[in-house]
Write a protein that binds this ligand. Structure first.
Ligand code: F6P
Length: 556
């Protein structure tokens, strides 16, 4: 395929289109009866087990998807990413989040320069700083230890760190290291988020980390100014130097804000916001909370998947298989959504994080060359931990829309409980559901089965489950920092694979700009109307009417 041609014009794409009819004729019940097929669809790597036998796909489907990958130059694109080429062409940037977790001493070049030493210089600085704060060597303006940390940031400067923090919170090793400390996240510009964060906090014992790649994001900067005021009002303006540090690529703006550049932790334009949790964006707040050693394990887990993704043949490559399956489900079977269903409460923030990684990356309407696409890209990601989701939206995924599901289970619980007299441990109870749900979706329940159970005839259709609903199961050995890193990298690379095959730029996000600039116009109008009584001008009828109501009804 020529680099500017669309993937849908290739023979491999057309072949897959034709293949859909064969697959639609075959029920998962039938596919699941072939043990050889099922065995070939289970792969293991570094303690992880992926079972994708409940996908509506045959071995032939995978051969065809491999052809598609070839036509899309998937291998070459992966290599370009790892080689630091500027594959984010609309922003003229390379995409090197893999360098953030590369082992010390390895070589990853961007523009002919090895970036790994720079990465480790910042990691060493974080280690030293976080140890000083945690040990009480770095104290606040009144000499008290800083035991609370507020990380201010939004989007990629928030969701990844929140996901990892939530996952580590109940890991016994991490929890012990975090004893006596609290990490808070302030993301929303809604003053309610500020109020909730500050409830019970004492500025004397609080350290603030302002996290923003650009250091221009309106919400983050307003929240940072609000918290700076909170510190200054309580402890005096000179206290800011002891109580506020920053993470950014824009160190000039950090200094302008009033944060000592010595207390700024850098990262680089080759780290996309939603791929930045392994940079100082995540590493600093998480090291302050858990200590650097725990975070280093997380980086190692991610790095293990990076090496696997870069080197293992596609038929055994976890992110590649997952990415190709997503393309199959979205572009060929026509399923636009994906449910992320971890059977672990500790992973409750996985879906919100992956929502940004996936939807901001792959929700695009044009190819990387700017050609409008005649096919949809991206999927609608959502999810909740099991079993909570079962009592919420599972009805729809069992009997309503077909939504491919990712079931994620953990072998050893972070917090095992075995109550006397109970049939199974609490974790076994949870996992019973993890094992049952994929089969319920795949096999369903037929009217014949219901008749045999003497179900009244008026309820037969209501109680029938069509089945044939695809899912995959990923089993993790445990949920510690290392496994969390693995999980993160699997999803990051899966999203990249999808984007590479669809032929889009997964690393820009122009779609967030229009709303931001319209908000600027509204902000100016609100200011002009409130302060100078200026009339509302330049808006359509509807927006003008809403603004008028808002201004009038909110007058003191
Ligand atoms: O929502 C758009 C976005 O640019 C995200 O891509 C990014 O993660 C977020 O805003 C925050 O940006 P910054 O880190 O520059 O404050």
């Amino acid at each position: 395929m020529a680099s500017s041609a669309l993937i849908c014009e290739t023979d491999a794409w057309k072949d897959l289109r034709a293949h859909v009819d064969d697959i639609k004729k075959t029920h998962l019940r039938e596919l699941m009866s072939d043990a050889k097929r099922c065995q070939s669809m289970m792969i293991e790597f570094d303690g992880l087990l992926l079972d994708y036998s409940r996908q509506c796909a045959t071995v032939d489907t995978f051969n065809k998807l491999n052809k598609l990958a070839e036509e899309a130059h998937l291998k070459e694109k992966i290599n370009l990413m790892f080689n630091g080429e500027r594959i984010n062409s609309t922003e003229n940037r390379s995409v090197l989040h893999v360098a953030l977790r590369a082992p010390r001493g390895s070589v990853i070049n961007s523009d002919g320069k090895n970036v790994v030493p720079d990465v480790w210089q910042v990691l060493d600085k974080i280690k030293e700083f976080s140890e000083r704060v945690r040990s009480g060597a770095w104290v606040g303006a009144t000499g008290k230890a800083l035991t609370n940390v507020i990380a201010i940031g939004i989007g990629g400067s928030f969701l990844g760190p929140l996901f990892v923090h939530t996952a580590l919170q109940t890991d016994p090793e991490a929890a012990q290291l975090a004893s006596g400390r609290k990490l808070h996240f302030l993301a929303n510009v809604d003053p309610i988020d500020v109020a909730r964060n500050l409830t019970g906090l004492n500025p004397e014992t609080t350290l603030v980390v302002v996290v923003s790649k650009t250091f221009t994001t309106a919400e983050t900067m307003l929240n940072a100014r609000t918290i700076r005021e909170w510190i200054s009002a309580a402890l005096g303006p000179q206290a800011v130097a002891k109580h506020m540090v920053a993470v950014s690529t824009n160190l000039t703006l950090v200094e302008k804000f009033g944060i000592d550049p010595n207390n700024a932790f850098a990262f680089w334009d080759w780290v996309g916001g939603r791929y930045s949790v392994c940079s100082a964006v995540g590493v600093l707040p998480l090291s302050l909370q858990y200590g650097f050693a725990v975070v280093e394990k997380f980086l190692k887990g991610a790095s293990s998947i990076d090496q696997h993704f870069h080197s293992v043949p596609f038929e055994k490559n976890l992110p590649v298989l997952l990415g190709l399956l997503s393309v199959w489900n979205v572009s060929f079977l026509g399923y636009p959504a994906r449910a992320i269903l971890p059977y672990s409460q500790a992973l409750e923030k996985l879906a919100p994080h992956i929502q940004q990684v996936s939807m901001e990356s792959n929700g695009k309407g044009v190819s990387i060359d700017g050609v409008p696409l005649p096919y949809e890209t991206g999927e609608i990601d959502f999810g909740e931990p099991g079993t909570n989701g079962q009592h919420s939206f599972y009805q729809l995924i069992h009997q309503g829309r077909v939504i491919p599901c990712d079931f994620i289970g953990v072998v050893r619980s972070q917090q095992p409980v075995y109550l006397k007299g109970e049939l199974v441990s609490n974790h076994d109870e949870l996992m019973s559901n993890f094992f049952a749900q994929p089969d319920a979706l795949a096999y369903g329940k037929t009217p014949e089965q219901l008749l045999k159970e003497n179900v009244p005839s008026n309820l037969i259709t209501h109680k029938t489950f069509s089945g044939n609903r695809p899912s995959l199961s990923l089993l993790l050995p445990s949920l510690n920092a290392y496994n969390i890193g693995q999980l993160l990298a699997i999803y990051e690379h899966r999203v990249a694979v999808e984007g590479f095959v669809w032929g889009i730029n997964s690393f820009d996000q122009w779609g967030v700009e229009l709303g931001k600039s319209l908000a600027t116009q509204v902000r100016k109008q609100l200011h002009a109307s409130r302060k100078k009584g200026e009339r509302i001008e330049g808006f359509n009828f509807s927006t003008a009417a809403l603004l008028t109501r808002y201004l009038e009804a909110s007058k003191d």
